[in-house]
Design a protein around this ligand. Structure first.
Ligand SMILES: Nc1ncnc2c1ncn2[C@@H]1O[C@H](COP(=O)(O)OP(=O)(O)OP(=O)(O)O)[C@@H](O)[C@H]1O
Ligand SMILES: [Mg+2]
Length: 224
């Protein structure tokens, strides 16, 4: 198995579109590349729902076989745990579950492995960056003072962990007018693009051909 590049999508702030944008960029990148998505949100997995995964993954020689949807190899705790069972693990158990997902998955050869990060700056981040050679981090931010402040906390954590930040994606989830968009000021971090509110992202349609997502994917292909 060889994975050419690993890109984590995250932000300390919850609900800013990390999962939706990871899935959307994954779909765009998969047009020209082999793509995998690892849902690293153990408490609130969503990739299984976005890609309408109903089946449980197969285990072969103690390895998890990713489930293929829309030509993307996907591993999510959501398709391993029963829907109505919330994981209520303490930090060490969360880390060990994430470590197992990372180390026990038999990925096929991939051009890009995208990681959908949970909110926060805690255990999941420390475990992920310890267990995996993450090449780049893409920050997801909405134009709002609270999101911006949490993003600065994320940046400070990434700097401490020596993680390369490829850039940020602005999720203009409320379709604010240009003059209302003035909260995001991250020194030295490039803007890769922005998303507006789309009904087909809100009610996630994996067949939606999103121009904004395609443009950002093209940028990523060019830089990496
Ligand atoms: N560009 C968009 N257009 C329409 N709806 C969006 C967009 N981005 C996000 N959403 C919606 O906003 C909500 C939050 O998005 P999402 O779950 O992807 O965020 P998240 O950052 O992954 O959240 P969490 O921190 O809980 O993991 C969801 O209901 C999603 O459908
Ligand atoms: Mg999420």
């Amino acid at each position: 198995m060889s994975i050419k590049k690993i890109i984590a999508f995250g932000s300390a702030k919850g609900g800013v579109g990390k999962s939706s944008i990871t899935a959307s960029i994954g779909i765009s990148l998969s047009k020209n590349n082999k793509v995998g998505i690892l849902d690293a949100d153990i408490y609130g997995p969503n990739q299984d729902i976005l890609f309408d995964i109903q089946e449980k993954p197969k285990f072969e020689n103690k390895s998890i076989k990713p489930i293929k949807k829309n030509n993307i190899d996907i591993v999510s705790m959501g398709s391993i745990l029963d829907d109505d069972k919330a994981a209520t693990w303490r930090g060490p158990m969360l880390s060990s579950a994430l470590r197992q997902l990372i180390n026990s998955t038999a990925w096929e050869d991939l051009d890009y492995l995208l990681i959908d990060m949970p909110p926060g700056t805690g255990d999941a981040y420390l475990t992920l960056f310890k267990e995996l050679n993450v090449d780049y981090f893409i920050l997801i931010a909405i134009n709002n003072i609270l999101s911006s402040s949490d993003s600065l906390r994320t940046i400070s954590m990434l700097n401490k962990l020596n993680v390369n930040i490829l850039g940020y994606i602005e999720n203009n989830i409320f379709n604010n007018k240009k003059e209302e968009l003035n909260f995001i000021k991250f020194n030295g971090i490039d803007k890769l693009g922005s998303f507006s509110f789309h009904k087909k992202i809100f009610n996630f349609d994996p067949d939606y051909n999103c121009d904004e997502s395609n443009n950002i994917a093209k940028k990523i292909e060019k830089i990496i």
